[in-house]
Design a protein around this ligand. Structure first.
Ligand code: ATP
Length: 316
């Protein structure tokens, strides 16, 4: 096999930069044929994946693997680049994507049971013999006719507000307080969050409306937010998506919600709604923050159709 590695050295708060020399040494020791390319700016992995695919000739498409080495954001961008390439080259064999989790959250690795230690994850990649087809998330914005993909989740509301605030917090770049930026953002959002109106419907779900939505996450895997087991039964191996909608809780309900997450019983709470659907429609009012696979989407309104589409992965 020939491995094309897209590495984000900034992933995991520079963890990737620290472990990369060891990864290269391991690849050299195992006499692995690979080519590494480095992301130089945000979204660069999209372009790098497209460039790699455009340079692999037809005879080598069956022996090639693209490895996203970094966090969930690097994997997200790599998938987007591959999907965009095959939109214009639909008759080519799809080169599988693999994931070496050396980022911070690594939710995709948790969800797909990819070892979180890079040594083990790399061994699995090198021992893998065939691709596994995964059902990744696909969304279409019904207002402006754009679309995109996600390996993990598409969140509107609480989680997206936290990602936004933490990313723009002055604490984040502080060497000592940086690690508290998410905690500070969570407390801030809990204090100031205003619930929003949502309409949802699905393949087997007639329209439901909620006046005071707090968290609205469509997930393809069981984890979100860097290790929170939001839907323990969710799986990217089936062709369904799971939607979790939390109505704005009181402080006591919030404490109950958090405690029940640890017991994996939070989906039974009456202010939490869980749907497992092949296709979902989501409409919200007013400008709201969104996040996809932990990457900020900015503030906007949403009129979405979500479903899964298939892509080969090189993971087991
Ligand atoms: N050279 C670069 N300079 C600045 N940002 C970069 C660069 N390369 C990649 N990025 C951006 O870094 C961001 C975070 O990357 P990534 O998600 O891989 O790591 P992480 O945030 O540590 O991990 P996780 O998402 O699993 O928590 C992505 O938005 C990506 O676009």
């Amino acid at each position: 096999m020939k491995y094309f590695i897209i590495i984000n050295l900034f992933a995991g708060g520079n963890n990737a930069r620290k472990v990369w020399p060891d990864i290269k040494a391991r690849l050299a020791a195992a006499n692995v044929s690979y080519k590494a390319v480095y992301t130089e700016y945000a979204d660069h992995a999209v372009e790098l994946a497209e460039q790699i695919l455009s340079r692999i000739d037809a005879t080598h498409q069956k022996d090639a693997v693209i490895v996203a080495a970094g966090g969930d954001g690097t994997l997200h961008e790599t998938l987007l680049g591959c999907k965009r390439y095959y939109e214009t080259h639909p008759n080519e064999n799809q080169v599988p994507i693999s994931f070496l989790p050396i980022g911070s959250g690594n939710d995709f690795a948790r969800g797909m049971k990819i070892p979180l230690r890079w040594e083990k994850a790399l061994t699995n990649i090198l021992n893998c013999k065939e691709p596994t087809t995964i059902n990744v998330g696909h969304y279409t914005d019904l207002d402006n006719h754009t679309d995109g993909f996600f390996t993990n989740n598409f969140g509107i509301g609480f989680d997206a507000n936290v990602v936004h605030l933490a990313n723009h917090s002055s604490l984040k770049s502080n060497p000592f307080f940086g690690k508290f930026s998410y905690m500070a953002a969570i407390l801030n959002v809990i204090n100031n969050f205003k619930g929003f109106y949502t309409e949802i419907s699905g393949t087997d779900l007639t329209k439901k409306t909620f006046k005071n939505t707090f968290l609205l996450t469509t997930t393809d895997i069981s984890y979100f937010g860097g290790g929170i087991n939001i839907v323990p039964t969710a799986s990217a191996l089936d062709d369904h998506l799971d939607l979790v909608l939390v109505e704005k809780p009181s402080i006591w309900q919030l404490i109950l919600f958090i405690s029940m997450i640890f017991l994996k019983r939070h989906l039974r709470l009456k202010f939490i709604h869980h749907y497992h659907e092949k296709q979902l429609f989501i409409k919200t009012n007013g400008n709201r923050y969104g996040q996809i696979d932990g990457e900020e989407l900015g503030e906007r309104t949403y009129n979405l159709m979500l479903e899964t589409v298939k892509y080969p992965f090189w993971i087991r």
